[in-house]
Design a protein around this ligand. Structure first.
Ligand SMILES: Nc1nc2c(ncn2[C@@H]2O[C@H](COP(=O)(O)OP(=O)(O)O)[C@@H](O)[C@H]2O)c(=O)[nH]1
Ligand SMILES: [Mg+2]
Length: 291
C-alpha cells in the first residue's frame, strides 16, 4: 500500500541519482503510483532541475522536495462545526461510492464530540436507501427524517431542516440519490435540494456540499465530480475505501485536478473508519519520510 510506495521511492532516491535514466525511472514510478502522466512529469522535471543545480544532497532532500511539490496540489478544509447553529452537510456522489456508510461514520464521529445529529433520507429513488439509513440511525441512536419511497427528496430536506431547527439540533446529514432516470434529472433534483437548504436560512458558513469519491475507481471519478461541481458547486471531498486503494497518488491527482479540498478519508466499513484528512501525515507516508 502507501508504505510500499514510500519505501520504494526512498530506495529510488538512495540509489543512482544523477543520470538521465534515473529521472525517467522516477517519472515512470510516479505514474505507476497513480499520480497521472502530467503530474509525474512536472515533479520529475522539477527534481531534475534542482538536482542539476546541486541543491539536492541527501535522500531526505529528494523526499522533502517531492513532498512539497505534491503538497502544493492538495488542499485541506476545516470541518469544525459550531454548536450554537444548525449546520447542513449535503452528501453527494454516484451509486455505490459509499455515501450512506460515510454519513453513518460521520454521524458517529460528530456525536462522539457532543453534537446532536439528524439524518435526512433524501435518497428516495431507491426503495432500500432509507431503510439502510434508518438501520444506522437506530444503531447510532440518532434521529432520522424519512418519507415513503418515491417521494420528493426536497420535501424530506425541508422537513428535516424545519424539525432540526425547532429542536435546536446541531447537524444534519443529507443522504442523496446517486442515480435517477437520467443524469439531468439527478442534477436538477440536487439543485432543488440546494435551493431549499438556502431557502430555509442555512447560510454558507453552515452549509457544506461534500462529494464522496471511491478511491478505488480512479480517473472517471474526476469527471463525475466535475459534473456535480458544475451543477451545484462542491465545498469538499471525501475519499472512501482508502483501505482498498493500492496507491496514494490518486488522491493527489484528484485534489490537483479538482482543486477541491479533501475533508475526510474513509478507511473501512466500521463506524470508526473515518479520519479528517491529515495532509502532512499523508505526504510523509507517500514519500517515505515515515516508516
Ligand atoms: N472497504 C471499504 N468499504 C466501504 C467504505 N465506505 C463504504 N464502503 C462499502 O461500499 C459499499 C457501498 O456503500 P454505500 O454507503 O451503500 O454507498 P452509496 O450507494 O454511495 O450510499 C458498501 O458495501 C460499503 O460497506 C470504506 O471506506 N472502505
Ligand atoms: Mg446510499
Amino acid at each position: 500500500m502507501l508504505k510500499g510506495f514510500g519505501a520504494k521511492l526512498k530506495a529510488l532516491f538512495t540509489g543512482a541519482k544523477g543520470d538521465e535514466r534515473f529521472f525517467d525511472e522516477l517519472e515512470d514510478f510516479l505514474i505507476e503510483g497513480d499520480l497521472g502522466g502530467h503530474l509525474a512529469m512536472t515533479v520529475s522535471d522539477e527534481v531534475q532541475r534542482r538536482a542539476k543545480e546541486g541543491r539536492l544532497k541527501e535522500t531526505s532532500d529528494y523526499q522533502a522536495l517531492v513532498k512539497r511539490l505534491l503538497g502544493e496540489k492538495l488542499r485541506t478544509m476545516d470541518m469544525g462545526v459550531e454548536k450554537d447553529a444548525l449546520t447542513v452537510f449535503l452528501v453527494l456522489g454516484v451509486n455505490g461510492v459509499g455515501k450512506t456508510t460515510t454519513i453513518a461514520k460521520l454521524a458517529d464521529y460528530y456525536q462522539k464530540q457532543g453534537y446532536s445529529v439528524l439524518l435526512a433520507a433524501a435518497d428516495t429513488f431507491r426503495a432500500a436507501a432509507a431503510d439502510q439509513l434508518e438501520i444506522h440511525s437506530e444503531r447510532l441512536g440518532c434521529r432520522i427524517v424519512r418519507q415513503v419511497s418515491g417521494s420528493d427528496p426536497g420535501s424530506v430536506v425541508y422537513d428535516a431542516i424545519t424539525s432540526a431547527q425547532s429542536r435546536g439540533e446541531n447537524l444534519i446529514f443529507v443522504d442523496t440519490a446517486g442515480r435517477m432516470h437520467n443524469k439531468e434529472n439527478l442534477l436538477k433534483e440536487l439543485a432543488k435540494i440546494d435551493k431549499i437548504i438556502k431557502g430555509r436560512g442555512i447560510g454558507e458558513a453552515h452549509y457544506k456540499k461534500l462529494i464522496v469519491l471511491d478511491s478505488t475507481t480512479g480517473q472517471n471519478q474526476i469527471s463525475q465530480a466535475e459534473l456535480f461541481d458544475k451543477a451545484i458547486g462542491l465545498d469538499g471531498l471525501i475519499l472512501s475505501k482508502y483501505d482498498s486503494l493500492a496507491k496514494g497518488g490518486a488522491l493527489v491527482q484528484i485534489g490537483d485536478r479538482l482543486g477541491i479540498p479533501v475533508a475526510f478519508v474513509g478507511t473501512g466499513e466500521g463506524y470508526g473508519d473515518i479520519h479528517p484528512f491529515d495532509k502532512d501525515e499523508f505526504l510523509d507516508a507517500l514519500v517515505g519520510l515515515t516508516q
